[in-house]
Design a protein around this ligand. Structure first.
Ligand code: HSE
Length: 328
C-alpha cells in the first residue's frame, strides 16, 4: 500500500488537543497499516511553549505563532481546538483561505459562524470537518451525513453535555453537592474553560444548532434556541423528581411538527424506565427519528480528552484519505 504522509497543525493543546495527540500516539502504527496514512503533528500552537507539560513533545513543535502554522506549506490539515469564538473563527477562515483543510471540535465558533465557515470550505475547495463538536466520541454527524441522508429527519432528542450529565448523575445517585460535582467534572477534563457554558445550557444550544443545520438543513442561531440550564436544579428538585420515579436530565430537542421546526434546551423529568434515564455520568445519547429508518439511538462518551480526540482523529484520517498522495 502507498504510504501518504499527512502533516497536521494543532491550534490549542488543552484537554482535546492532548487527547488527540495521545489517540494518535496510541494508534499511529495501526492507522498506518489500515489506511496507509502516516500522520504526524508538525506544529502545535500554545500560549507558552516553555511551560512544563505532562506529555513530552519533540523540540521545535510547540509555537506561540499561529502564522507559523497557517502559512506552513508542509501542513495539510489545521485542527482548531482553541475553544471560544475569537480568534478560533478567524483562524479557521484564514487556514481555509490558505488552502488548508480544517478539523474542529469547537461547537461555539462553528455554530456562530456556520454559513461563513461552510462557504469558505467550498470557495477554497477544502474540507471542514467537525465530528468532535457534538457529543464527543459519538459519530452522530457522520451518521446524519451518510447512512441517514436518505431520510427526512422528524425528531432529534438527546443528552448532549457530559459535564451536566455527570453532575446530575452524581447529585441524583450519591446526593453530592452542585459545587463539588462541578469541580470534579472540571478535573476530569469534561467542562468548558468557562463552565457557565455547560451549566447554563449554552454548550448544548451550540451543539443543537449544529445538529439542526445537518439534520434539518436550517440554520438556527444558538441565541434563538430557548435555553435553560441546570444552575437552578437543587437537591430538593432532584428528590421531588425521584419521588415521582423520574430523573432530571438536561435535554435538547428539535422536532419537525409538520408546520415547522420546534427546538429547545431545558432540564426535563425523565421516567426511570426511559432509556435516557439510564444515560449516566459523562455519557451522552441521541435519539433520532427518520421517516424511513424509524427510531435510532446513539450512545457513548460525550466528553473527555480521549473520546473527543478519537473523533478529531477520525476526521483527520477521513480527510487524509482524500488527499492525493503527493509526498510518498
Ligand atoms: N464541555 C463539554 C461537555 C465538552 O461537557 O459535554 C464536550 O463537548
Amino acid at each position: 500500500m502507498i504510504k501518504k504522509q499527512i502533516v497536521v497543525g494543532l491550534l490549542g493543546f488543552g484537554n482535546v488537543g492532548t487527547g488527540t495527540y495521545q489517540a494518535l500516539e496510541m494508534n499511529r502504527e495501526a492507522i498506518k497499516e489500515q489506511s496507509g496514512l502516516d500522520i504526524s503533528i508538525g506544529k502545535i500552537l500554545v500560549r507558552d511553549p516553555q511551560k512544563d507539560r505532562s506529555i513530552s513533545i519533540p523540540p521545535g513543535v510547540l509555537t506561540d505563532d499561529a502564522g507559523s502554522i497557517l502559512n506552513d506549506p508542509t501542513i495539510d490539515i489545521v485542527v482548531e481546538l482553541l475553544g471560544g469564538l475569537h480568534p478560533a473563527g478567524e483562524l479557521m477562515l484564514q487556514a481555509m483561505n490558505n488552502g488548508k483543510h480544517v478539523v474542529t471540535a469547537n461547537k461555539a465558533a462553528l455554530a456562530a459562524n456556520f454559513k461563513a465557515l461552510e462557504k469558505a470550505a467550498i470557495d477554497n475547495g477544502v474540507q471542514l470537518r467537525y465530528e468532535a463538536s457534538v457529543a464527543g466520541g459519538i459519530p452522530i454527524l457522520n451518521a446524519i451525513r451518510t447512512a441517514l441522508c436518505s431520510n427526512q429527519i422528524l425528531e432529534i432528542k438527546g443528552i448532549l453535555n457530559g459535564t451536566t450529565n455527570y453532575m446530575l448523575t452524581q447529585m441524583t445517585d450519591h446526593g453530592l453537592a452542585y459545587d463539588d460535582v462541578l469541580k470534579t467534572a472540571q478535573e476530569k477534563g469534561f467542562a468548558e474553560a468557562d463552565p457557565t457554558d455547560d451549566v447554563e445550557g449554552y454548550d448544548v444550544a451550540n451543539k443543537l444548532s449544529i445538529l439542526i443545520a445537518l439534520a434539518f438543513g436550517t440554520i438556527v442561531s444558538p441565541k434563538d434556541i430557548p435555553t435553560k440550564g441546570i444552575s437552578g436544579i437543587t437537591k430538593e428538585f432532584i428528590g421531588e423528581a425521584k419521588s415521582r420515579n423520574n430523573k432530571i436530565k438536561l435535554i435538547a430537542t428539535a422536532r419537525n411538527n409538520g408546520a415547522g421546526l420546534e427546538y429547545r434546551v431545558e432540564p426535563e423529568e425523565i421516567p426511570f424506565h426511559h432509556p435516557l434515564a439510564g444515560v449516566n455520568n459523562e455519557f451522552n445519547a441521541i435519539f433520532i427519528e427518520g421517516n424511513a429508518v424509524g427510531e435510532l439511538m446513539f450512545y457513548g462518551r460525550g466528553a473527555g480528552p480521549l473520546p473527543t480526540g478519537s473523533a478529531v482523529l477520525g476526521d483527520i484520517i477521513d480527510i487524509g484519505k482524500t488527499i492525493v498522495p503527493g509526498r510518498v
